[in-house]
Design a protein around this ligand. Structure first.
Ligand code: PLP
Length: 325
């Protein structure tokens, strides 16, 4: 579908379009998965789509170094470090975690990419923005320009990644001869969800856009999504029109907390591997797709779709978790 607005510049990093595959039907719903875990290898997962726009902005502003933050096993930090190498930039990661980081998974890749690192204790992580600003100043003192990417690349520029992905889905609907009634994703920092919501709004396609939060709570993400989605509309020169009534986030699946798992969650992930042959990670995709299935089974009114509806779950990545020890 043609866009009635001009997206800002973007650098090509992701392998697009990502495929859409059918899963086994569930409780009478037709389940599909969009494999955004296939956006690449080193550069895999959802952050790559956001980084295409954010790094274009960084380059335009003359950046030499990308600074960002996350947990030791952050997919976003790893994707940023890889994307920096591909685009001729340096990266500096501010990472945190409860215990000494294990040299495995994403963290091992970060080390291998040669990313600069600052490690911070979890109790000091609330100061991460301030610390990143301090790191940026140090670069400035050495004559280098640093560009700070927020947690999860979720901001008004990062949103364009999933705004674009929504239009990609509309194209794929035509090719596949399927209309999706709902698009569902994990909500970890909010940018994937708000991008999809913007796509739905701007294309007028009237799908249900459903998020399942894996950290914080629904009220927190309603604030975030409203703010950054309207920020994107402003950048596009459009009226700010996103309000909380348009946001559909299903709460109740954070479980023991961000990054922590329950037996039930791990059992669900194992079952998806054994029945569908697809790996969903415990931090984001496993929790959220389990939340989707549980809701379809126990509270279908929260989703509000007829049996026989087509539901598209966005697989946002997390593969390296499998090798994180
Ligand atoms: C970051 C991440 C998410 C969450 O996306 P947000 O845009 O931050 O809400 C989901 N899945 C994976 C694998 C991620 O790395």
């Amino acid at each position: 579908m043609e866009k009635k607005f001009n997206l800002p510049q973007r650098i090509r990093l992701a392998n697009l379009p990502t495929p859409i595959e059918k899963l086994s039907s569930y409780k009478g719903y037709n389940m599909y998965v969009k494999r955004d875990d296939y956006t690449g290898v080193e550069l895999s997962g959802n952050k790559v789509r956001k980084l295409e726009f954010i790094i274009a902005d960084a380059k335009e502003k003359g950046a030499d170094v990308l600074i960002t933050t996350g947990a030791y096993q952050s997919n976003h930090a790893r994707a940023t470090a890889a994307a920096a190498l591909r685009t001729g930039l340096k990266s500096h990661l501010l990472l945190t975690g409860e215990e000494e980081p294990i040299k495995a998974g994403n963290f091992l890749l970060d080390l291998t990419f040669g990313a600069e690192m600052t490690l911070v204790k979890p109790e000091n992580f609330y100061k991460s923005v301030e610390i990143m600003q301090g790191i940026a100043e140090e670069y400035a003192n050495n004559g280098q320009s640093a560009y700070i990417i927020p947690l999860g690349a979720s901001n008004e520029i990062g949103n364009f990644g999933y705004l674009n992905a929504f239009y990609e889905i509309l194209e794929q609907e035509k090719e596949l001869g399927i209309e999706f009634d709902a698009v569902v994703c994990a909500v970890g920092s909010g940018g994937t969800y708000s991008g999809l919501l913007l796509g739905n709004y701007l294309s007028g396609s009237n799908k249900k856009v459903i998020g399942i939060n894996v950290s914080q709570d629904k009220a927190y993400f309603e604030e975030v999504v409203e703010r950054i989605a309207n920020g994107s509309l402003e950048l596009l020169g459009l009226e700010k029109k996103i309000d909380k009534s348009m946001i559909n986030i299903i709460d109740g699946f954070v479980g023991r907390g961000y990054g922590l798992s329950t037996e039930e969650e791990l059992g669900f992930i194992d079952n998806m591997l054994k029945t569908e042959g697809i790996y969903f990670d415990p931090v984001y995709t496993g929790k959220s797709i389990r939340g989707l299935y549980q809701t379809l089974s126990n509270n279908p009114e929260l989703i509000g779709l007829e049996q026989g509806s087509n539901i598209l779950y966005i697989h946002t990545g997390g593969f390296f978790r499998l090798f994180a020890g």
